[in-house]
Design a protein around this ligand. Structure first.
Ligand code: UFG
Length: 345
């Protein structure tokens, strides 16, 4: 029998790519999204890529009554919870918006999973939980550092909520099981260029800013700092292709469904294990897409860590998952998507 997965936040950037990979791996999906930071048209892209239709409901996970209707209406065994606010700067300005939304929505999901006997949950965590790491690359055993933003704090708190709930609600081995995937820096788009990242307003993240600059929507990219203690002075990150990241969700859900998990709560780093600097990424983007990018060196951005990249060994060995696309392929896909969005030939 086909397994069914509820995907919350399925119209968003990572949610839409994961929905494609779930369908292509043979899962049924039910998508919910409140469309607060996404467009329903992303799901048309998913339908076009997969050739499959699936149920979609506009539901806010903070609305427990509406969420409960979804649990009553559909027979799913697993939940992938993407639905959350994700802008670091906004979370500093409006902390209650982040605590209220990101914590309540996850608590509602878990409460209803218990009530309706749905046992497998994946949580979208982030490398942000490591803060400024003491050792590189970071492993899942590396210490979490105090969060530097309310956004980061919600990621840490949701991990802890999951850990505690699994302990409390799975005493006989037949209850709640969860995996937190700690994403490094997701970038790129589906190779079809039918879905991708759709930031509203001025992008905060590097790659959407690069592609919008190349498209002429932004005048000039600011490289935030060239005086860090790194080989070229700019910050280093682990840029993970969004399709590779989406595939990690499929294998993680299968692990739970098949009962292959080694503990009822597990954590995996989802990254490439490669450190790439901002300037390296800009150069690679120019080279692979054969264009010149207008950029300048600007002061450091407050709150940025100098360098972070993953040790993905645990995901490689336990999930049998490995990042496959090269950074060049990913940057080409990001540009193809931006051109699609802007109608550029
Ligand atoms: N950067 C620039 N110019 C820009 C935008 C970014 O130089 O216009 C640089 C940043 O300074 C940083 C790198 O590009 O060195 C990556 O920045 P992003 O904003 O793309 O990503 P971050 O590493 O800051 O963000 C990631 C995740 C967030 C998470 C955050 C926590 O994408 O979800 O880490 O630090 F919250």
């Amino acid at each position: 029998m086909k397994q069914t997965v509820l995907v919350s936040g399925g119209a968003g950037y990572i949610g839409s790519h994961t929905t494609v990979e779930l369908i292509e791996a043979g899962f049924n999906v039910v998508v919910i999204d409140n469309l607060s930071n996404s467009e329903a048209s992303a799901l048309d892209g998913v339908r076009q890529i997969t050739g499959k239709d699936f149920p979609f409901e506009v539901v806010d996970c903070c609305d427990k009554a509406a969420l409960e209707e979804v649990f009553k209406k559909y027979e799913f065994d697993s939940v992938i919870h993407f639905a959350a606010f994700k802008a670091v700067g906004e979370s500093v300005a409006e902390p209650l918006k982040y605590y209220g939304n990101n914590l309540n929505s996850f608590c509602n999901i878990i409460e209803l999973m218990n009530k309706y006997g749905r046992h497998n949950v994946l949580f979208s965590s982030s490398a942000t939980v490591y803060g400024e790491p003491e050792e590189l690359p970071v492993t899942e055993q590396s210490m979490r550092q105090p969060a530097t933003s309310p956004y980061g704090n919600t990621k840490q708190m949701c991990e802890d909520i999951l850990r505690d709930c699994v302990k409390a609600y799975n005493k006989d081995g037949n209850g709640l099981k969860g995996i937190a995937l700690r994403y490094f820096n997701p970038i790129g788009a589906h190779p079809s260029a039918l879905i991708g990242e759709l930031p509203r307003g001025v992008p905060n993240n590097l790659v959407p800013f690069i592609t919008q600059t190349a498209a002429g929507v932004r005048e000039c990219l600011s490289v935030f700092g060239d005086d860090y203690d790194t080989p070229d002075g700019s910050c280093q990150r682990d840029y993970i292709d969004v399709v590779d990241l989406a595939k990690a969700h499929v294998v993680a859900i299968k692990r739970l469904v098949d009962g292959k998990n080694k503990a009822n709560y597990e954590i995996f780093n989802i990254g490439t294990g490669r450190a790439v600097s901002v300037l390296e990424l800009v150069n690679a983007f120019e080279k692979v897409n054969n264009l010149k990018l207008n950029y300048k060196i600007a002061p450091r951005r407050a709150g940025d860590v100098t360098a972070i990249w993953a040790d993905p060994t645990q995901a490689n060995n336990e999930l049998g998952w490995k990042a496959e696309r090269t950074v060049e392929e990913t940057l080409a896909s990001a540009w193809a998507w931006e051109k699609h969005v802007r109608g550029i030939e």
